[in-house]
Design a protein. Structure first.
Length: 121
């Protein structure tokens, strides 16, 4: 599907410059990394699982998203490096949780958006 286009060019230079100044302030690289990390299906499933339960050990994450413990650990490490999850250690068990409510909000908003699209089609 091709996006509709204007049939004439009429740029409001002042308005465009004001918007450009605002847009230039956003940390595009960091936000891009965030969405790239969450674009992986397994990591997104892990993030969602951590919205269902406040914290999960690696074994429970693995069982919840149907992957090996090694795969779950790999993805949790990636989420940790990007600041999306945090952990605490209790004896020999490591428990992971979402870093803060922003991550949970992103996951829930994305699901809401996708489900809204399904309802209208």
């Amino acid at each position: 599907m091709e996006a509709p286009r204007c049939e004439t060019i009429a740029i409001d230079a002042k308005r465009a410059k004001e918007i450009e100044q605002v847009v230039d302030t956003i940390p595009t690289l960091e936000i891009g990394k965030l969405f790239k990390v969450l674009s992986d299906a397994t990591r997104l499933r892990i993030a969602y699982a951590l919205t269902v339960e406040d914290e999960l050990c690696v074994c429970d994450v693995s069982a919840s998203v149907d992957c090996s413990i090694a795969t779950a650990s790999h993805h949790l490490r990636t989420l940790l490096k990007q600041g999306l999850v945090k952990y605490r250690k209790e004896g020999k068990v490591v428990y992971y949780s979402l870093d803060d409510y922003h991550v949970s909000s992103l996951v829930h908003l994305a699901m809401e958006h996708v489900n809204e699209g399904k309802a209208t089609h």
